[in-house]
Design a protein around this ligand. Structure first.
Ligand code: NAD
Ligand code: SER
Length: 313
């Protein structure tokens, strides 16, 4: 088996920290290079190599790939939905050019594999609201969603035209306790746990009945690794796979938290993020991922809530 050397770009972010640690368990600490624009996350320190890197600087990225003998890249650097609506040009620029830089280098250096996440944000108000299928009407209404949808087609193009083995998942909102979320519309479902423990109260920026697709981070990390380890000939989707785990509203997660913290209260003060949430489906059909690479989620809302509270405490 060829020795793999992995570069994670955006390793200090919400997904990057946990994914880097998981990859280090698989490939060995020295074979997974963490990189980010910002400083190394505390949880990564001492666990393996770290380089400061801007994915927009293609030359610098290319030098690192050659110098470190990189064979796989996980590209996680992006601007998420809520921050993207505040600065659409920046979101488009980073989310597109960052991906194109990585795909070009992957082609030139014949990297074994590339991972790049898309999002449920590709779906828009005209997509089916419930059990949104893999292939359907897709008319995103946020700059983040537009950039993710365009990115999916660039991945497919590089696979079809140049044979770059790039794989992708449309993550739902991700819930985790190790590193903070980075400016998404689903961030409320992380904040609510911190506020419940610290303040016994949460001011929610979405309406109480806003259902969104969600997933606990251990399921997301496992999905990522299982997709990347799947035999190439099993993969029928080279844009990005729907994956699904949970669908709940702010009211439902608050009710679950109250079972552990009975005096917890919640108030609903919707802001600009309500419009973004309303444009996304409430739940996702992931039958293609289940058929192709045997995807199955493990966490339901009660189990995730209990683990989140226990770990944050
Ligand atoms: P995040 O914002 O927490 O982390 C992104 C990291 O990228 C940050 O540490 C940031 O410093 C770094 N970064 C930004 N610009 C960079 C640059 N120019 N060069 C190098 N690094 C740079 O985001 P995340 O939640 O970890 O998301 C990772 C990926 O997963 C993104 O593509 C995101 O769109 C996607 N995704 C996330 C979620 C979620 O709920 N977290 C859901 C769907 C898709
Ligand atoms: N969690 C992400 C966001 O809200 C979905 O891609 O932006």
């Amino acid at each position: 088996m060829t020795k793999e050397k992995v570069l994670v770009i955006g390793a200090s972010g919400q997904i990057g920290v946990e994914l880097t640690l998981a990859l280090r368990r698989i490939y060995g600490n020295a074979n997974v290079v963490a990189s980010d624009l910002r400083e190394e996350n505390e949880l990564l320190k001492g666990s393996g190599p770290y380089v400061s890197l801007d994915v927009m600087n293609k030359e610098m990225l290319h030098v690192q790939v050659i110098r470190q003998n990189i064979t796989q890249i996980y590209l996680l650097a992006a601007i998420l939905s809520a921050t993207g609506e505040k600065n659409p040009n920046l979101a488009w620029h980073l989310n597109m050019q960052g991906l194109l830089n990585v795909l070009d280098i992957a082609r030139e250096e014949k990297l074994h594999k590339v991972y790049w996440p898309s999002s449920i944000a590709v779906f828009g108000p005209t997509s089916p609201r419930k059990d949104c299928p893999q292939r359907t009407i897709i008319e995103p209404s946020t700059v983040y969603g537009i950039s993710k949808y365009a990115g999916e087609f660039w991945c497919n193009y590089f696979f079809q035209r140049y044979g770059v083995d790039v794989r992708s998942i449309r993550y739902p909102g991700l819930i985790s306790y190790k590193s903070a979320p980075g400016g998404g519309t689903t961030d409320y479902a992380v904040e609510i746990f911190h506020e419940a423990l610290d303040e016994r109260h949460y001011d929610c920026f979405l309406k109480e009945d806003t259902y969104l697709p969600m997933m606990y981070m251990p399921d997301a990390i496992r999905a990522t690794i299982e997709l990347m380890e799947a035999p190439a000939d099993k993969l029928s989707v080279r844009t990005s796979y729907n994956v699904s785990a949970l669908s709940f509203s702010p009211n439902e997660i608050a009710t679950e938290i109250k079972k552990h913290i009975p005096d917890f209260t919640i108030r609903y003060t919707p802001d600009y993020r309500q419009k973004i949430a309303d444009s996304w489906p409430q739940s996702i059909d992931d039958s293609v991922a289940r058929d192709d690479w045997n995807w199955h989620p493990e966490y339901d809302l009660p189990r995730m809530t209990a683990e989140m509270l226990e770990n944050l405490e």
